[in-house]
Each structure stands twice: as C-alpha cells, then as structure tokens.
Design a protein. Sequence first.
Length: 82
Amino acid sequence: MKDNQDVICFQCGQGVQDPPVLSRTSSGETCTACSDRVLAAQAPIIPAYGRIAVTHEELTAVHAWKQAGRDPKEDGSPDMGA
C-alpha cells in the first residue's frame, strides 16, 4: 500500500499510511479500525507449524457432529489437524 491520502480509514477519516500507524479519533481515542490494520500488518508471533487449512463446511460438519454427541473421527471425517 502506498502512502496515499486518497485512501482513508472508514472509521476515523484519516489517511491510511504504509506502514500502518495508530491514528486517533477526534475525541483522542485510538481508532479501532487503524489498530486492527496495524495488528494485521504484523508477522505472527508463533507460526502455525503443521496447521492445515480447514474449510467452513468442515468446521460446520464437526460442530454438527459434536452437537449430536458423536465423534467426527468415527464418521470418517478428514483429519483437520486438531
């Protein structure tokens, strides 16, 4: 993202910068949208070693199995690294 004053934060109305910075609202509080942007730009503290991507459908199926009191592994569900 380039330092472009045409791109503004939807919450505080200030220009979005690169790298992201903590902007303040007119009341002096830190803008939560800018805070989220700064956090998202940071490298993860602990890498997700061996973690595989899980689809929304797989998570929904596991939730349904657990709600029914069944074990997803007994139903032949894929190993989701949990």
